[in-house]
Design a protein around this ligand. Structure first.
Ligand code: ADP
Ligand code: MG
Length: 350
């Protein structure tokens, strides 16, 4: 049965204020620190005893996302979640966000409402309040800029610069899946552009696609730390790939890192997807990015407490800065230098 398609509402039907009102009409405030949300010249947030954490991220159409294969609701959800991830990476909890959008007139009111549906869903699941933003027009593509405000106990904050020699290096979840998902989407986009009648072949790819299009932030790892009384000596979220984040920690903490390829957690569906593209799954984990898992270091004393923790893998240890940053290869025991983008195999006799 053919459903009747409603005409999309042009943005200028509503005007800026009508649009803001429509977009923020479903917003609920959940945190006691959110005194006043959208609607006035500024939001009001209560200070309290904890330290405030602030982070901003901008997403630009054509640079960070492709509207050809990104559902708008997922885009809103992901934009919010990647901001929350930055606060968890400090061992804090996100509390408020502001959302600024620059949008071309080609976009409809309904399209923007879909983006906000995703943002609102993320806010509900992560207990964050949308307290304001800005709305303007764009002559090119869609731009989304989100700022997040979080809080943490002064004694619990995990920065990038606290890793010490002999600390354990750990990651949450598994790596490389978001990159594998992106490869599938790009492949199907190319097929579609050749022939618009071909249906995309996405069967069996649910996990890697979801990791790319609708990632989650690792709230439960922060809850685990709290429950177990664990404070990581350093932490960062994996947005650009394990290799580059390890190098960030090493630089900030003035240390070296040694990880083991066989310990890097990679989902079987990532491995099989990367096989289709003839790319080593380890490369996807090291350089792929957008996993939004947490990479952290812990003093050795925590070994017993952490070794069987679900969803956490110990992948290596912190070394002296002079030892450099290396991955011990699977089977071969080869020492492979980690690079910010890409890694080079140690070519012995060349
Ligand atoms: P101003 O002229 O002070 O910049 P605006 O008209 O831009 O005010 O915004 C009015 C109110 O609506 C403010 O509280 C602002 O935070 C909120 N707001 C504007 N755009 C958005 C948006 N896209 N999402 C959420 N809140 C918004
Ligand atoms: Mg404004």
């Amino acid at each position: 049965m053919q459903e009747e398609q409603q005409e999309p509402t042009p943005l200028n039907n509503l005007g800026e204020f009508g649009l803001i009102e429509k977009l923020t009409s479903k917003v609920k405030l959940r945190n006691s620190s959110s005194i006043l949300g959208a609607g006035d010249d500024a939001a009001i947030i209560k200070g309290g005893k904890k330290l405030k954490l602030i982070s901003t991220d901008m997403l630009v159409e054509g640079v960070h996302f492709d509207l050809l294969y990104t559902p708008l609701k997922h885009l809103g959800y992901k934009a919010a979640v990647v901001n929350f991830s930055d606060i968890y990476a400090m061992n804090g909890n996100p509390k408020q966000i502001t959302v600024s959008i620059a949008v071309s007139n080609r976009m409809s009111v309904e399209a923007l409402e879909e983006i906000y549906e995703g943002i609102n869903l993320a806010c509900e699941l992560y207990q964050v309040d949308l307290v304001g933003g800005d709305t303007t027009s764009s002559l090119s593509g869609l731009v989304l800029s989100l700022s997040v405000i979080g809080e943490a106990d002064e004694t619990k904050i995990a920065r990038r610069d606290g890793a010490k020699e002999n600390d354990l290096i750990c990651v949450s979840g598994d790596l490389g899946a978001a990159y594998a998902g992106l490869q599938i989407l790009e492949r199907e986009k190319a097929v579609f552009q050749e022939n618009e009648k071909v249906q995309p072949d996405l069967s069996g790819k649910d996990y890697v696609l979801e990791r790319q299009l609708k990632p989650e932030a690792r709230k439960e790892i922060i809850e685990f730390f709290k429950k177990e009384g664990i404070v990581p000596s350093s932490m960062i979220d994996i947005s650009d790939g394990l290799s580059s984040e390890l190098i960030h920690l090493a630089k900030a903490s003035n240390i070296g890192v040694q990880i083991y390829e066989e310990k890097i957690p990679i989902d079987p569906s990532t491995v099989s997807t990367m096989e289709e593209f003839k790319i080593d799954a380890t490369l996807a984990a090291l350089n792929g990015g957008e996993d939004y898992e947490l990479l952290f270091t812990l003093p050795l004393d925590y070994h017993e407490q952490i070794k069987n923790a679900p969803g956490i893998s110990i992948i290596g240890h912190v070394t002296d800065k002079a030892a450099g940053n290396f991955m011990v290869g699977k089977g071969s025991e080869q020492m492979i230098p980690l690079k910010a983008q890409g890694w080079e195999s140690h070519k012995a006799d060349t």
